[in-house]
Ligand binder design. Structure first.
Ligand SMILES: *Cc1c(COP(=O)(O)O)cnc(C)c1O
Length: 221
């Protein structure tokens, strides 16, 4: 794997889209991350709190850390001082804890609401109905230390590109609807995090603003 080349190739591919590349470095060593960093990559994604914390401590502090995996309420405190964006906000309880820990750190933490769009049963993420209820309700407004800046979704794990495309297309339409309909001081949705190594090209065509790419940069895990 030539990490630098992979970063440059991906940056070229997303150049004509208004899109951020999040390099998913989970399970990969510090040296690999530094190689990507030296190629100008600043946004990195991790799915485990402890691993992100270890890497944060060892790496340059201008790196923007994205939490992309399920976050347990009792672990928010470890990443609250530095996390840049939480892609996987999947319950009101979690959002309340993020708000509390952000406040303790004198920060406002940006979050995406995770929505499940895939056919397969998923343990995490809101359904569309749940999301509408949350956005229409009063509780989010009180979370002054949380900013909801968009949505995150994952397509069904399949080789069938038609299914993937239709799921991304559907998510984008829902995103456009929800971001227009629900605006509050701390809810301004402009980021749509969708697309991974296997499907980011489709995601870009369907309007992704953030792709989360791991194995295409760092090799298989
Ligand atoms: C691991 C992971 C990715 C990256 O997966 P690749 O297929 O290696 O690009 C993206 N998003 C989430 C939520 C992940 O857990």
């Amino acid at each position: 794997m030539n990490i630098k080349e992979n970063i440059h190739d991906l940056k070229e591919k997303i150049a004509q889209h208004k899109c951020t590349l999040v390099a998913v470095s989970k399970t990969k060593p510090i040296e690999d991350i530094l190689e990507a960093y030296d190629a100008g990559q600043i946004d990195f994604g991790e799915n485990k709190v402890q691993e992100m914390l270890d890497k944060y401590e060892q790496l340059p502090h201008d790196i923007r850390w994205h939490l992309i995996g399920h976050l347990q309420t009792n672990k928010v405190k470890y990443i609250a001082p530095f996390v840049s964006l939480i892609h996987s906000a999947d319950s009101l309880k979690l959002l309340k804890e993020i708000d509390k820990q952000a406040g303790k750190n004198g920060r406002i933490i940006d979050c995406l609401l995770q929505i499940h769009i895939a056919k397969e049963e998923s343990k995490f993420g809101f359904s569309e109905e749940e999301l509408i209820d949350l956005l229409a309700g009063k509780e989010l407004e009180n979370l002054k230390n949380v900013r909801i800046i968009g949505l995150m979704g994952m397509a069904t794990f399949t080789d069938n590109t038609e299914i993937i495309r239709s799921e991304f297309n559907h998510l984008k339409k829902f995103f456009d609807y929800a971001s227009n309909e629900y605006k509050m001081p701390n809810i301004t949705m402009y980021e749509l995090s969708m697309g991974m190594s296997g499907d980011f090209e489709i995601a870009l065509e369907e309007g992704s603003t953030m792709i989360r790419v791991g194995s295409k940069i760092f090799g298989e895990r």
